[in-house]
Design a protein around this ligand. Structure first.
Ligand code: THU
Length: 171
């Protein structure tokens, strides 16, 4: 019997102004992607931006469905779209933001914010295990993906999908 301990390194930023210009650009793309979210059931709007090594960025929002399990997380919508159009590039960055896009000035949103206002969740929104599994399979082993998880009070930055899912499924 042996015991092992895993350590996962990540950085915490308290404001987008602390990010590098490249990370800041992806931060903006992930937040903008929240407007692509279709989340009438959870009312939780997630935006994801995947950047390829050739500079192209794929934005996606979570896509829900009245048959609940048919929906898909923002990350997988973006990852599958990017992987479907790789053209020899590789996935270099993934950013995720979540919260609420105020759709209307009426109903429960009345008076809270103007329609279209993006309200980030307080803490960083992190990817679920299924999205981490998909990211891991698309990641080139020699090029760990740069990952940003975005919230209002904190931004987490990690390198490589194995940091998210150290015990990933592998055949
Ligand atoms: N969601 C994502 O888009 N990404 C994740 O990593 C976890 C959860 C979505 C799924 C659902 O539409 C909403 O968040 C609420 O669970």
């Amino acid at each position: 019997m042996a015991k092992k301990t895993l350590e996962i390194a990540y950085e915490i930023f308290n404001s987008p102004e602390e990010l590098s210009p490249s990370d800041r650009a992806l931060y903006d793309e992930a937040i903008a992607a929240m407007t692509r979210s279709y989340a009438p059931y959870s009312q939780f709007n997630v935006g994801s931006a995947v950047r390829l090594s050739d500079g192209r960025v794929f934005q996606a929002g979570n896509q829900e469905n009245s048959a609940y399990p048919s929906g898909l997380c923002a990350e997988r919508v973006a990852l599958f779209a990017a992987h479907n159009d790789l053209r020899g590039a590789q996935i270099s960055d993934l950013a995720v933001a979540g919260g609420r896009v105020h759709q209307t000035a009426l109903g429960e949103d009345a008076g809270k914010a103007a329609p279209g206002t993006l309200l980030l969740a307080d803490e960083a929104v992190c990817s679920c295990g299924a999205c981490a599994q998909v990211l891991l399979e698309f990641e080139e082993p020699q090029h760990p993906v740069n990952i940003l998880f975005i919230g209002k009070n904190s931004i987490l930055k990690l390198q490589g999908a194995a940091s998210l899912l150290p015990f990933a499924f592998q055949k």
